[in-house]
Design a protein around this ligand. Sequence first.
Ligand code: AMP
Ligand code: P6P
Length: 344
Amino acid sequence: MESPSTFPQAMPNLVGTTLREHVLTGMHAAPGATGEFTSLLNHISLAIRIINGRVRAAGLAGLLGYTGETNVQGEKVQKLDQFANDVLLNVLQRSGHCGVIASEELDEAVIADHPGKYVVLFDPLDGSSNIDTNVSIGTVFAVLRRKYPELHPNATDALAPGREIVGAGYVVFGPSTIFVLSTGRGVHGFTLDPEVGEFFLSAPNIRCPERGKTYSINGGNSASWSEEIRRWAAYIKETDVTDGRPYTSRYVGSMVADAHRTLIKGGIFAYPADKKSPKGKLRLLYEANPMAFLFEQAGGMAIDGKDRILDVIPRELHQRTPLVLGSKEDVSIFRDFFTGARTS
Ligand code: AMP
Ligand code: P6P
């Protein structure tokens, strides 16, 4: 047995950095932190790992298919949606840190009977339409501090603009389970080791490339697009080798999967308003805002076509918004077409 004095001074990292350790480092870097935020993030990680287990075995656990109910969105609720919602709600309530909790699956925000410092907004399982076909789906969440934590919580605590987010993340349940998180100090990706049940740092300091080569939009809606969006779509498909056009089209139909690819590889994801969805389809508070926070933290950009998503003042919990996010250059070009500043 080697004596301690002969141990190599700097042991190589035999074990990666866990999400827990990464979050703890953030706490030490946060002046005056009490540990509540750290505990909240660890509770979210626990809920995600429980959801992951069921997602991975959904076909076997009889969790595929519908519950027979419809949610506030008027969408059929899938069993996995319901399970993911219930797990997140239960774990967050037990954390004791949330004054207000809001979910895509719940008509109203859940108001705690204690002050609770934080608001957590989530889409428990985004991409539901892909659940039964084994295509990547995901969870998206945003964390905000209540403006007046000493007062009793109420639903208006949830209606804060995205620029007040203190933490946001998403999880892609894909070939592996990736947790992408930002607490305002860059964007970091963690991969779940299913053997250990821990997330390990796998993509530190993710940066969205200044420009990409991929565009992601549901072309099936093109007949409903405005003339400006049609001009942008034509531009992106023209051949011009000087700036890498035509772009490649990629569209999964799960925002989390399309956004994750765009964050890593660059390019643009767009779900604009159109004649079918005059206010856009995606939800501001728990889909667009968390994604916009993450993209800006990674050097990307997120707009509603013209204005910054994080500056939109919410009016209601399930408010829809157009969403265009991705590489700064690609989103800026989209905005120039959208506003008419550019026509070719
Ligand atoms: P707390 O007192 O733990 O609720 O933290 C107060 C604020 O400090 C949080 O709202 C965050 O903005 C920041 N903070 C605390 N802990 C962390 C952490 N682990 N990582 C990043 N920021 C943190
Ligand atoms: P469409 C999934 O149902 C979702 O809410 C997002 O995850 C996704 O980006 C969008 O809808 C896909 O919508 O109309 O292209 O099927």
